[in-house]
Ligand binder design. Structure first.
Ligand code: MRU
Length: 353
């Protein structure tokens, strides 16, 4: 579906944040109208809005809600209320750096009156959202150029329109490749425990008429052995300065499989996901979620009562497994450190023009 026909995953309407409730998909398409920042924080925690760039944009609009709700009559008081709201939003999810990046960007806006600051916060949130759409489209163009003809792509989790403001990162590459006639098929990992692949990626691809096969995560190796995969394309939640990548749990396994089978492994992410302050993957905080998400599927218990379960939500793929990182500034090849720093600098320069 072209961008113009799909409603943005995150938008601002009549003083509220409008979000598609991703916990209800694919059974129901439910739009949330969020009027206060505490409800937004809970929506982020519960994964009603999820995916690194979407979380960032939603948090930015959350600060606009906080600015509007604040009774402050002085700039100092409004800045203090925004800082308090930012602190509450920062603790919702630890791994996706876009959350912190977007909050810091909004807090840095300049204004000389209370009214100006309220307007500037909302304008910055909207700029973040618009830039994300443009970044995903550029990622799609750069990424599609890397694909062979009639490509069969494996993807993990959901790095699609739902995980961004629109179009997607990994699915941006798939969409652009499909539009250019280069993508033949997509293998979609179901992505246990929360099934973002089965519920969300399959939903998005089916809506766009892109041929897909849903597989369980443990089938990936089999399909590599069958020669069914030409490229792996995934998103990222945080890219450390050395190129190590945190993404949905199970990504590392695919990277090792891709290396074993000589298949390119691409990470598609905007520069807002690059964290130059984190030197390597070892320093990336990995979210630990409720073990009940593992012992149940869609609310049904699938394990004996009381068995211990682990639930790290992300893993780190070492930079040496990556064939390239596709950003809105272009395609980065190893060694990554200089390229990542240059990509961030280039994106910042563009921001200022
Ligand atoms: O826990 P989630 O669903 O927020 O995890 C999302 C992912 O891991 C995505 O791959 C990542 O955020 C990139 S989204 C463009």
């Amino acid at each position: 579906m072209p961008v113009s026909q799909r409603e943005r995953t995150v938008s601002w309407r009549d003083g509220r944040i409008r979000l598609i409730d991703q916990t209800r998909l694919p059974q129901e398409v439910v739009w949330l109208e969020i009027a206060d920042e505490a409800t937004l924080a809970e929506a982020i925690r519960r994964l009603q809005v999820r995916g690194a760039p979407a979380i960032g944009a939603a948090a930015a609009f959350g600060l606009a809600l906080a600015a509007n709700a604040s009774p402050a009559t002085t700039l100092e008081a409004l800045r203090a209320d925004l800082a308090a709201a930012a602190a509450r939003l920062r603790v919702t999810r630890p791994t996706a750096v876009n959350l912190f990046w977007a909050i810091d960007r909004v807090l840095a806006v300049e204004a000389s009156t209370v009214a100006e600051l309220r307007a500037a916060v909302l304008a910055e949130a909207e700029r973040i959202a618009q830039e994300d759409i443009a970044a995903c489209q550029a990622i799609g163009r750069y990424g599609a150029a890397l694909l062979p003809a009639a490509a069969s792509i494996l993807t993990h989790c959901n790095a699609g329109a739902l995980a961004t403001v629109d179009y997607g990162t990994a699915l941006g590459v798939v969409r652009a490749g499909w539009e250019q006639g280069k993508v033949r098929h997509v293998f979609v990992d179901e992505t246990r425990p929360l099934l973002q692949g089965a519920r969300l990626t399959a939903w998005e691809l089916a809506a766009d008429g892109i041929p897909l096969t849903l597989i369980t995560d443990s089938m990936a190796g089999y399909f590599f052995q069958c020669g069914a995969i030409d490229a792996v394309v995934v998103g990222a939640d945080r890219i450390a300065a050395n190129g190590d990548v945190a993404n949905k749990i199970g990504t590392y396994t695919l990277a090792v499989l891709a290396r074993e089978h000589g298949i390119p492994f691409y990470v598609a992410a905007p520069t807002s996901t690059i964290d130059l302050n984190t030197p390597s993957g070892a320093a990336i905080p990995i979210e630990e979620r409720d073990p009940n998400e593992v012992t149940t599927i869609a609310g049904q218990r699938v394990a004996p009562a009381g068995v211990p379960a682990a639930n790290p939500a992300f893993d780190v793929t070492p930079a040496r497994y990556l064939s390239a990182i596709i950003t809105e500034t272009g395609v980065l090849r190893p060694p990554f450190p200089a390229g990542l720093a240059e990509a961030v600098a280039r994106a910042r320069r563009k921001d200022q023009t």
